[in-house]
Design a protein around this ligand. Sequence first.
Ligand code: EPZ
Length: 430
Amino acid sequence: MEIYAIKGGNPLVGEVEIGGAKNAALPIIAASLMTDETVHIDNVPDVRDTNVLLKSMESMGVIVDRNARHRVTINASHIHDYIADDDNIKKIRASYYLIGAMLGKYKEAQVALPGGCNIGSRAIDQHIKGFKALGAEVTIEYGLIKAKADKLVGSHIYMDVVSVGATINVMMAAALAEGTTIIENSAKEPHVVDLANFLNSMGANIKGAGTDVIRIKGVSKLHGSDYTIIPDQIEAGTFMFAAAITRGDVTVKNVIPKHLESISAKLLEIGCEIEESDDAVRVVSSKPLIHTHVKTLPYPGFPTDMQPQIAVALALSQGTSIVTESIFENRFKYVDELTRMGANIKVEGNTAIIDGISKYTGASLMAPDLRAGAALVLAALSAEGFSTVEDIHYIERGYEDFPLKLQGLGAQIEKVDSDRELRKFKLKIG
Ligand code: EPZ
């Protein structure tokens, strides 16, 4: 069973190339089936979630050609059924994007209920509310979400909660509906905007993405496109906090600094220096970290997907910090693991009260979910001594070449899959 072996203590120093955004790639790949023409997509991250979605679409008859590691060509003109129910698709949350895409194009879809990280209830009522408002009949039976419509007609939809997934899903279905759809209280994340731009590159008519009111004028059909996905805001943020946590000096390259503003602001607050250029951000941590308070919010607020990473930094900061998780109800599972490394954190409901310590000590750790797993790796990289991280499949859902990129910054980390390899790593590292 593959695990990460880590010897902590090295400050991370250097430059790291950030890949394409997983959470933009997933809806864009799904939306590619909304045309019978060929779609080329660049900057697709080579991570488990995107690979699973591509595999699942192939099993439906979509032609997928991975002509390079980060470039994929998709043609859905020979899709043979509107059911996505293979074992693959149950593993990822983003499988539900196939509903919005197929409902839009074929006016019917059947998709296995989504999986994904267990960070909370992961409801889909807002997705269903949007599909029904457009005129679809939606049922859930035998573990499948089924949606069907004679035709889709534009509607005025007010989201009860700000939902990235629901905003994206309804936007896709509405793109090929008759008439205009308005989505109010919509999510504004960069990946929502990226999908809207992709659909518009296929001939859709979507305005207002990135604000809380999106207007979609339905069109009769969509054409092919050649599109490049935006850089991953959360992968970038993870490496930026790696600099803070290991007291290093890291430059994340091929990023959009605007998407990282809330992350850079918090790093400044806890005592790091930030240098921005047009497609890179440098984080230098040369002074002891200072405590602060943070509350996760929808974009442009501090991202919930960065909550474990900032908590790991605050647990090393002087003073008492408070982390409030306002998006998901079960996103502090990593705290028990940090406690075993010496952290002093008390979780009360959706709030973590953190009293900073001077250093972590190494331990055997279990990744509880994607982002918490990455955060535990960062803690181990700063810890005194040796750590292992198990259940790394969570981490590999969203981080491409994570150990390799960290090694490029001076980290002593390796992926090992036997006790023998583990012993070799320990002997080599000393
Ligand atoms: C997306 O999940 C991301 N996943 C998550 O990233 C991210 O944490 C989340 O957005 C918030 O930014 C992908 O894009 C694949 P939501 P999603 O719908 O769409 C509630 C990662 O690490 N809600 O914005 O599932 C929901 O329960 C992953 O890459 C409803 O109540 O998130 C949650 O409390 C983890 N009803 C809140 O809204 C609904 O119909 C936000 O969820 C939908 C959501």
